[in-house]
Design a protein around this ligand. Structure first.
Ligand SMILES: [Zn+2]
Ligand SMILES: [Zn+2]
Length: 234
């Protein structure tokens, strides 16, 4: 059996599990070797006693290295506006499920289609339906793009402002952590007593390219050229 057959078995088994819960979906080989799941995703979910339900036409694309990397999902029925307010990327229509590192981290805990849909996609759709009813997101939602990515990392690292986060991300990108170094966050403590353990844990959940791309997004956002003046002192 080749590596490819093993992957195919995994995809088929995962799809069968998924379709037991979400009957409207089907599995296709879109191009040779590229697998997609598409159809109507009907969900019902409850958060803080408020139930929301809906049906969305979706397209889930499995990356070449699946299940090492999480799938991407977009909506095909044009029910959701493709704009930042709705956390949908305008060009691709892909859902913005959060910072890429967070999507990977969640997916790595249960790397299968059912958990991806149940935990990440339904969470996202619940918020959208809630928003259409009440005009706001049901939970503390991060801003989209640069501001949101910065807020995400500030929260993750428990720091404020963009400098400590950028220094920590640079260390994460380089992937070299000497225990005796001073922590790049600027706390004045040794790496091993500060962000060292967290950075080591994060290495497994991001590629250097992911980190670089998030750093660029943050740099663009805090750059003086950016007219969002409030952006510079989050
Ligand atoms: Zn977003
Ligand atoms: Zn630190």
């Amino acid at each position: 059996m080749t590596e490819n057959d093993v992957c195919l078995d995994i995809i088929h088994a995962q799809f069968n599990e998924l379709v037991e819960h979400y009957q409207g979906l089907s599995l296709h080989e879109d191009q040779p070797g590229r697998w997609i799941v598409r159809g109507d995703l009907t969900f019902r979910a409850e958060y803080n006693g408020v139930e929301m339900a809906g049906t969305f036409s979706v397209l889930i694309t499995l990356p070449d290295d699946y299940p090492a990397s999480p799938p991407k999902i977009c909506e095909t029925g044009e029910q959701i506006p493709r704009e930042a307010d709705f956390h949908v990327y305008p060009t691709t229509g892909n859902f913005c499920l959060g910072a890429q590192i967070e999507v990977r981290r969640k997916f790595a805990q249960n790397p299968d289609l059912l958990h991806f849909v149940k935990d990440q996609v339904v969470h996202f759709l619940y918020a959208l339906v809630y928003r259409s009813w009440f005009g706001k997101m049901p939970w503390g939602e991060l801003s989209h793009s640069g501001k949101g990515i910065l807020e995400y990392y500030n929260e993750l690292f428990h720091v404020s402002g963009h400098k400590p986060t950028l220094h920590l991300l640079l260390a994460l990108h380089d992937r070299v952590f000497h225990r005796t170094w001073m922590c790049p966050c600027g706390s004045g403590r040794k790496l091993r007593k500060c962000h060292g353990p967290q950075l080591k844990e994060l290495v497994a959940h991001c590629t250097p390219e992911d980190v670089l791309s998030d750093m660029k997004t943050i740099l663009d956002y805090v750059s003086p050229k950016n007219t969002n003046a409030d952006a510079r002192q989050p």
